[in-house]
Design a protein around this ligand. Structure first.
Ligand SMILES: CC(C)(COP(=O)(O)OP(=O)(O)OC[C@H]1O[C@@H](n2cnc3c(N)ncnc32)[C@H](O)[C@@H]1OP(=O)(O)O)[C@@H](O)C(=O)NCCC(=O)NCCSC(=O)/C=C/CC(=O)O
Ligand code: FAD
Length: 558
């Protein structure tokens, strides 16, 4: 859970080679990387810049006389900073640098760069590399820094699947300006399943513990109740169980789309890139945020013992919450999706609704009202309505500011909170729709029934959470919202008997969970005592600090 020093080798280094190196280059590098003869990372972010890639300061200047690129970090803010596995483990990196050819700045490009000697592992001359120090979590990963002092690499180390620099310095442009960002899009495509998995781990711990923990009474009786029987506990945990499933289903879809994109890009078709970039930007942001919230609720649902490291939920939280920042800071990514949404509104206004992609076609179709009692499809229409309402509202605000003479960037900034709201609602619609489609496809009727209960819980919980938007224009009445509330409580109770099976079905082993509270055998109390006794402070009855500090203090006559 604390991460692995080679994680980025698999998560980004190899995928970057697969997506961006030419077949010829990969004959040399990919097999070696796959066999782990070389260990790599993805070095893009710098001390001074992470979000705004156009301002990366590391340069790769082409020297036509030697046919080499000269890598250089001209100032302290240019140091690569954060890449996982960079500090100590990797001997190679995919380095993203601003490429300069014939004095022309051609923007961020990826290069394969050797950092350390393959035998001695010592850093090479011209390279400064090290670890950036402890972090909130992920402390088994050596996130690192990296500087270049006019460090030379062969021209052929520019990853040349999509763009090239010929020996004479002729630049051959890629088919899409942002194709070099594909390693990030890949990880974002995988993040929904990864985060769903973190949420699932925390919920497994909290739900299992909630059936062991007895505290208080619902009705007066002999035995105190299992805390999972409290409606508030169910409300804290069950909607997140639904989300963990929903994120996983949404993630399967984005992974499939990324694989499709890779194939299409190889045939020169880059039409899916904008759609997938927008989709994954929104999805990574909503999923990481809701996952962090869900894990924190799971920790609180375990009361005092949740705060102990014995619960292990704090570590899961620390790792998962990193996802709100890495692979694109959440606000920045929500605003990327917002660009796509605003463009879609502009297309509709221009009478070009027919050109809209399938995920945004609903923005052009007004719905007057819904009959929620008819089922999930009506909920989807309500989700579409609130997303459309907010997308139009935010877009109109931006367009009005533009019309009033504000500069585009200023108008954008002044509309940005509203725009991020639109992006979240659009993404929550997407998650609900993929959840619905995935449940519809389940063949086993008993499994389908349980997952359908989760889906119902999800759509009621989500709609209630978005209620302000739906009430704003009178789309939903307060009696409809009462119905949604009743449904929510109905499904909490209905799911209760299946709650443990739902979390057990994720099949985390005790070794994976590392939680005293979440043990499969439920033997929590004996093991908490054993865990506490094993604490380093309990190795001796009297600590050296007693002689050193306590006694002088206790004996002092002051
Ligand atoms: C914020 C970004 C996307 C802005 O990029 P920039 O080049 O500055 O974009 P422009 O403003 O020039 O143009 C925007 C334009 O480009 C489209 N676009 C951007 N990205 C893509 C893409 N990947 N695919 C397709 N299209 C793309 C965008 O839609 C706009 O189109 P318009 O038609 O509206 O003009 C960029 O700076 C960015 O991605 N920033 C985030 C940086 C980031 O994610 N870093 C991750 C580093 S690796 C990491 O964190 C690893 C973590 C460890 C782990 O994963 O375990
Ligand atoms: C655990 C972890 C692992 C990482 N691993 C890697 C790795 O392997 N390789 C790598 O290259 N990098 C890695 N990173 C770096 C990561 O990708 C960046 O930190 C991330 O992209 C955010 O960029 P930043 O740090 O520059 O944040 P900043 O952009 O400085 O964000 C600060 C604040 O400014 C806001 N902001 C910035 N720009 C805008 C804007 N245009 N509009 C509105 N608000 C804005 C943000 O929303 C945020 O609130 C890792 C980071 C972490 C935490």
């Amino acid at each position: 859970m604390e991460g692995h020093p080679l994680a980025l080798h698999d998560v980004m280094f190899i995928p970057a080679l697969v997506a961006q190196a030419s077949d010829e280059q990969n004959k040399k590098w990919l097999r070696r990387a796959q066999r782990r003869e070389i260990v790599g990372c993805y070095a893009q972010t710098e001390l001074g810049h992470g979000s705004n890639l156009r301002k990366l300061e590391t340069t790769a200047t082409y020297d036509v006389s030697t046919q080499e690129f000269v890598l250089h970090t001209p100032q302290i803010t240019s140091l690569k900073w954060w890449p996982g596995g960079l500090g100590k483990s990797s001997n190679y990196a995919v380095v993203v640098a601003n490429m300069i050819v014939k004095e022309k700045h051609l923007g961020p490009h990826s290069f394969l760069v050797q950092l350390r000697d393959e035998i001695t592992h010592q850093s090479l001359k011209g390279i400064t590399v090290g670890d950036i120090g402890p972090k909130l979590s992920f402390n088994a990963i050596d996130n690192g820094f990296l500087g270049f002092d006019n460090y030379r690499i062969p021209r052929t180390n520019l990853l040349m699947r999509h763009s090239r620099v010929e020996p004479d310095g002729t630049y051959v442009k890629p088919p899409h300006a942002k194709i070099n960002y594909s390693a990030m899009v890949r990880v974002r495509s995988h993040m929904a399943t990864g985060q769903g998995n973190f949420l699932a781990q925390a919920l497994t711990i909290a739900v299992r513990y909630s059936t062991v923990r007895r505290q208080g009474f619902i009705e007066s009786g002999e035995q105190e109740v299992k805390v999972l029987d409290y409606q508030t506990q169910q409300h804290r945990l069950f909607p997140s169980i639904a989300k963990a499933y929903a994120f996983t289903f949404a993630g399967y879809e984005t992974i499939r789309l990324y694989e499709q994109l890779l194939k299409e890009v190889d045939t020169g078709n880059v039409s899916l890139m904008a759609d997938l970039h927008a989709l994954t930007s929104g999805l990574k942001s909503v999923v990481t945020h809701q996952t962090a919230q869900g894990i924190e609720q799971a920790r609180m649902a375990c009361g005092g013992h949740g705060y102990s490291q014995a619960s292990y939920i704090s570590e899961i939280f620390g790792v998962a919450v990193g996802g709100c920042t890495y692979e694109g800071e959440n606000m920045v990514m929500l605003l990327q999706l917002a660009r796509y949404l605003v463009k879609s509104v502009e297309q509709i206004k221009a009478g070009e609704s027919g050109k809209l992609g399938p995920l945004v076609a609903y923005l052009a179709v007004k719905v007057d009202g819904v009959d929620l009692e008819k089922g999930v499809e009506e909920y989807m229409k309500a989700f579409q309505h609130v997303s459309r309402l907010q997308t139009w509202k935010a877009s109109e605000k931006f367009l009005k500011l533009l019309k009033s003479g504000e500069k585009r960037e200023v108008a954008w900034n002044k509309s940005s909170v509203e725009l991020t709201r639109a992006s979240r609602l659009h993404t929550r619609l997407y998650i609900a729709e993929t959840f619905k489609r995935s449940v519809q496809e389940v063949a086993d009727p008993r499994l389908k029934e349980v997952l359908t209960d989760l889906l119902h819980l999800h759509v009621n919980y989500e709609l209630l959470d978005m209620a302000t938007y739906a009430l704003e224009d009178g789309f939903l009445s307060s009696s409809q919202l009462d119905y949604v509330r009743d449904q929510l409580y109905f499904y909490l109770a209905k799911i209760r008997p299946n709650a443990v099976s739902l979390v057990d079905s994720w099949e985390f082993s005790d070794m994976q969970l590392r939680s005293v509270l979440g043990r499969r055998d439920g033997n929590v109390y004996e093991n908490l005592v054993a865990w506490a006794k094993a604490s380093p402070l309990n190795k001796t009855d009297v600590l050296p600090s007693v002689e050193k500090y306590l006694k002088p203090m206790m004996n002092s006559k002051l």
